[in-house]
Design a protein around this ligand. Structure first.
Ligand code: 3H9
Length: 691
C-alpha cells in the first residue's frame, strides 16, 4: 500500500507530509501515519522543530467522511492532535489549498500556522450536519475570539489567507515555495527561542454575554429545522464557560450525537450525491466539449430574463430576442434595475453591475443569433410555438451551435425533430428565478450528441448551478414528482383537511412552502389551462375540481389577490378565508365524500410517499441515472430539506418496506393511482430482508 504520510528532514527540521489524494482526508492510515512520524521526530535528538505539510492540491480537507458510518478505528483524531500540541518541539502547519474541518483542527493543534496567499481555512462540518469534533470548537475561540469563531463554525464558510492572517489564525503568509517558507519559519522560531503557543492553554478573550442568545435567534429562521447549527453554538459557548478539558468532553458528546443522527447521515448523503451527479457512465470526463462564450435567448419573459442574468453573471455575452423590440426593451430595463439595486445594496460593485448589464444586448431578428454558440429557447410552453422557434433557429444558427429548450414538460425529441440537427438539441430546464435557483435539469434527447451533453454539464458549473442529466418524459424528474404530491394534497382537502393544515405539515417537515401556498405563488391559471387541454382522466379520480372552481371565479392565486388563500394588496402573506372553506365543503358534498378529521401523520405520508413511488418509476424507466440524482433535483429545485436527504433518501430512512406496505394500503383504499412501482417493491423486499 502506498505510504500516505512521509517524513524527511531539512537540517534540524522534520518535514511530515501527508499524501492521500484527492484531498488528503484523515483516513485511519493518515491518522496512524501522522502519529508514527511524530513519534519518530520527537524521539530524534537531532530534530529541533517539525513542519506538517501536504502533497497534492490541498492541505488536509478534513476527516474521511466515508469512515463516519463505519466502526471507528484508532488512533482517534483528537488524540493525534493532542500529541501534536503537547510536543516540546515547535510544530508548524504549512497550508495550501483548503485546510478544512479536521484539517484545520490539526493546524490548530500545531503551535504555529503559515500558508500561501491562495490558502483557505474553514470548519465546514455544519454543512454535513456535524460540528468540529477534534477540538476545533474549543481551540478556535481561544485564538480568534468567540464571535469570529461562531461566524466560521456556524456558517461553515471558509476564510481566505488574508483574513486568516488578520485574525491571527495564520502567523504568516508565505510568498514563494510553501515548504521552504515553513521550514525557514520553523528555524526562526527555534533561533529566537520563541515560546510554544498551545491554544488549549490560552483563555478565551472576553466576549459580549448576549452573543450566544443573539446567534440562536438569528439561526432560528435562517437554519430552520437543522440541528447542527444550534449544537455548534452550544459548543462555542462551552469554550467560553468551561475549562478546556471539560469543553472538549462536551464537544465530543455533541459531535457523536450528531454523527449518529439521521440529519448528518442525510447531509453526508447529499455531499456525495452532489459529486456523483456529474458522473455520466457513457459521457466520461474527457468527452470533448464545445466552446460556449456567447448565448442567444429566445423569449424575453420572466424566465428568459432570469436566464439572461444567470449567463451574464458568469461572464457570457447574451443576446435576448423576442418578436417585438418593445418587449425586449422592457425586459432589459427590468434587468438593469435589478443589477442597479444589487449594487445599491452592496451585493456587487457599481462597475460590476454595469459590466453585467452591458453583456446583455437585445434583438428582434433571428439573424442576430447567426453566430452565437448556444441558444436557449424560453418561449410559451406550447409545442407548436416551440417547433416554429426551432425551425427558425435551424435556418440561421451556425453549424455546431447548441440549440436548447427550456421546456419544463414537453417532448424534447419532438422539438429536436423540427430541426435538421437533432444531435445539437438538448433540454436546459432552469428553475425560476433562473438567476438564483441552483438546479438545472439537462434533458437528453434520443439523438443528443455526447459533446452537447458534456458541454451542458460544463455550462451548469460555469453558471454556478448543479446540472442533473435526465431523460425525456412528461415533466422530467422534478415536475413529474410534483404532480402526485400536488394531487394528493388536493385530495386531502376534498376529504377533510384544510389547505393551511396541509401546508403547515409540509413546512414543519422542512419544505419552505406547502403545496397550496406554492400553487398560489406559481399561478393557478397555468394548471387550469393544462387540465382543460387534457380533459378529465377516464376511470381515475380527478384532483382538479377545487382549483377549477377557483379559476372559473377568476381567482388565480397571488396575482389576483385570491386563490387557496387571500392576499392583502401588496402582501405575499397567505391568509385563510371562510369562503374557501364553504367552496371546499360544497365540492366534497358534490363528489359524495364524507369529510373527516385527517391526522398530520396521514397528510405527511399521503404527500411524500407518492413522491418516493414516482421516483422509483422514474428510475425504472431510466429517466434518472440514480436515486441520489432525484434527491439533488428536489433539494435544489423545490427546497426539499437537505437534512432529510431528498425524497429517495427519506424513503430509506423511513424504511422502504414500510413505505411500500403503506403505499399498498393506500392503493387498496384509494385505487390505482397508488399502484406501487415494481422497483420499489423489489427494494422493499431487500430492505425487509436486511432488517
Ligand atoms: C470533519 O473533518 C470532522 C472533524 O471535525 C472531526 C473528526 C473527528 N472525505 O469536492 P471534490 C472526495 S468532517 C472523503 O469534487 P474539489 C469527494 O467525494 C469533514 N472524501 O473536489 C470526491 O470524490 P470523487 C470536513 C472526500 O476540488 C473527491 O474527494 N471537511 C472528502 O471541488 C474530490 O472532491 C469537509 O467537509 C472527505 N472529507 O473540492 C470538506 N472531501 O472523486 C469536504 C472530498 O470520488 N470537501 N472528498 O467524487 C470539500 O469541501 C471539497 O471536496 C474540497 C475540494 C473543497 C476539499
Amino acid at each position: 500500500m502506498a505510504e500516505v504520510v512521509k517524513s524527511s528532514s531539512r537540517g534540524q527540521v522534520a518535514l511530515i507530509q501527508v499524501d492521500n489524494p484527492p484531498v488528503n482526508a484523515l483516513s485511519q492510515a493518515v491518522r496512524q501515519g501522522l502519529s508514527d512520524c511524530l513519534e519518530r521526530a520527537l524521539a530524534d535528538a537531532a530534530i529541533e522543530a517539525i513542519v506538517i505539510a501536504c502533497e497534492g492540491r490541498t492541505f488536509i480537507a478534513g476527516a474521511d467522511i466515508r469512515e463516519f458510518g463505519k466502526p471507528h478505528q484508532p488512533p482517534a483524531l483528537p488524540a493525534v492532535i493532542d500529541t501534536i500540541e503537547a510536543s516540546p518541539k515547535p510544530v508548524v502547519a504549512a497550508i495550501h489549498g483548503t485546510a478544512l474541518g479536521g484539517g484545520l483542527e490539526v493546524a490548530l493543534g500545531c503551535h504555529f500556522r503559515v500558508g500561501v496567499a491562495s490558502a483557505k481555512c474553514g470548519l465546514p462540518e455544519v454543512k454535513l450536519g456535524l460540528l468540529p469534533g477534534a477540538g476545533g470548537t474549543q481551540r478556535l475561540p481561544r485564538l480568534i475570539g468567540a464571535e469570529k469563531a461562531l461566524d466560521m463554525i456556524v456558517s461553515g464558510e471558509p476564510i481566505d489567507a488574508a483574513q486568516a492572517h488578520e485574525l491571527g489564525l495564520l502567523d504568516a503568509v508565505i510568498d514563494g515555495e510553501l515548504v521552504d517558507g515553513a521550514v525557514a519559519f520553523a528555524q526562526q522560531v527555534v533561533g529566537e527561542g520563541r515560546g510554544l503557543r498551545r491554544l488549549s492553554q490560552l483563555p478565551v478573550p472576553a466576549c459580549d454575554p448576549n452573543l450566544f442568545e443573539g446567534y440562536r435567534q438569528q439561526i432560528a429562521t435562517k437554519k430552520r429545522g437543522f440541528e447542527a447549527p444550534a449544537r455548534c453554538i452550544d459548543t462555542v459557548q462551552a469554550a467560553v464557560e468551561l475549562p478546556f478539558a471539560e469543553g472538549v468532553v462536551k464537544e465530543r458528546e455533541l459531535f457523536e450525537g450528531l454523527r449518529a443522527g439521521d440529519q448528518s447521515r442525510a447531509q453526508r448523503h447529499v455531499f456525495f450525491a452532489e459529486r456523483e451527479v456529474a458522473k455520466i457512465p457513457d459521457v466520461p470526463k474527457d468527452t470533448p466539449t464545445r466552446e460556449v462564450a456567447s448565448v442567444g435567448i429566445v423569449g424575453a419573459g420572466t424566465m428568459g430574463g432570469g436566464i439572461a442574468m444567470a449567463c451574464a453573471n458568469a461572464g457570457l455575452q447574451v443576446t435576448l430576442l423576442d418578436r417585438e423590440m418593445s418587449l425586449v426593451e422592457g425586459r432589459l430595463k427590468a434587468i438593469a434595475e435589478s443589477y442597479q439595486s444589487s449594487a445599491k445594496r452592496g451585493r456587487m460593485g457599481q462597475a460590476e453591475a454595469e459590466a453585467r448589464i452591458a453583456r446583455i444586448a437585445g434583438a428582434d431578428d433571428y439573424a442576430a443569433l447567426a453566430s452565437v454558440d448556444l441558444v436557449i429557447e424560453a418561449v410559451f410552453e406550447e409545442m407548436e410555438i416551440k417547433k416554429t422557434v426551432f425551425k427558425q433557429l435551424d435556418a440561421v444558427c451556425k453549424p455546431g451551435a447548441i440549440l436548447a429548450t427550456n421546456t419544463s414538460t414537453l417532448d424534447v425529441n419532438e422539438i429536436a425533430a423540427a430541426t435538421g440537427r437533432p444531435q445539437d438539441v438538448i433540454g436546459l430546464h432552469f428553475f425560476s428565478p433562473a438567476n438564483i435557483m441552483r438546479l438545472l435539469e439537462i434533458v437528453r434527447g434520443d439523438h443528443t450528441d455526447k459533446s452537447v451533453i458534456a458541454t451542458a454539464m460544463k455550462l451548469s458549473r460555469t453558471l454556478d448551478k448543479i446540472g442533473v442529466l435526465v431523460g425525456v418524459c412528461h415533466g422530467f424528474v422534478g415536475n413529474r414528482i410534483l404532480y402526485p404530491y400536488r394531487r394528493e394534497a388536493l385530495f386531502l382537502v376534498e376529504e377533510g383537511a384544510s389547505p393551511q393544515q396541509v401546508d403547515r405539515v409540509i413546512t414543519d417537515f422542512g419544505l419552505p412552502m406547502g403545496p397550496f401556498a406554492m400553487s398560489d405563488l406559481a399561478g393557478l391559471d397555468i394548471g387550469w389551462r393544462v387540465r382543460k387541454a387534457q380533459g378529465k382522466p377516464e376511470g381515475e379520480r380527478y384532483s382538479g375540481t377545487i382549483a377549477d372552481r377557483l379559476c372559473e371565479a377568476g381567482h388565480f392565486g397571488q396575482k389576483t389577490g385570491q386563490g387557496f388563500y387571500r392576499y392583502e394588496a401588496g402582501s405575499r402573506v397567505p391568509k385563510p378565508y371562510p369562503e374557501l372553506q364553504s367552496l371546499v365543503e360544497e365540492v366534497s358534498r358534490e363528489l359524495g365524500i364524507e369529510r373527516r378529521e385527517i391526522s398530520d401523520e396521514e397528510i405527511l405520508k399521503r404527500c411524500i410517499y407518492p413522491m418516493i413511488n414516482e421516483g422509483y418509476k422514474i428510475l425504472d424507466e431510466g429517466i434518472a441515472l440514480r436515486a441520489s440524482d432525484i434527491d439533488i433535483v428536489w433539494i435544489n429545485g423545490y427546497g426539499f430539506p437537505a437534512y432529510r436527504g431528498g425524497p429517495m433518501f427519506y424513503g430509506e430512512l423511513e424504511g422502504l418496506d414500510r413505505v411500500h406496505a403503506t403505499i399498498c394500503e393506500y392503493r387498496d383504499q384509494h385505487g390505482a393511482l397508488w399502484e406501487p412501482s415494481p422497483l420499489l417493491a423489489k427494494a422493499a423486499a431487500e430492505a425487509a430482508e436486511s432488517r
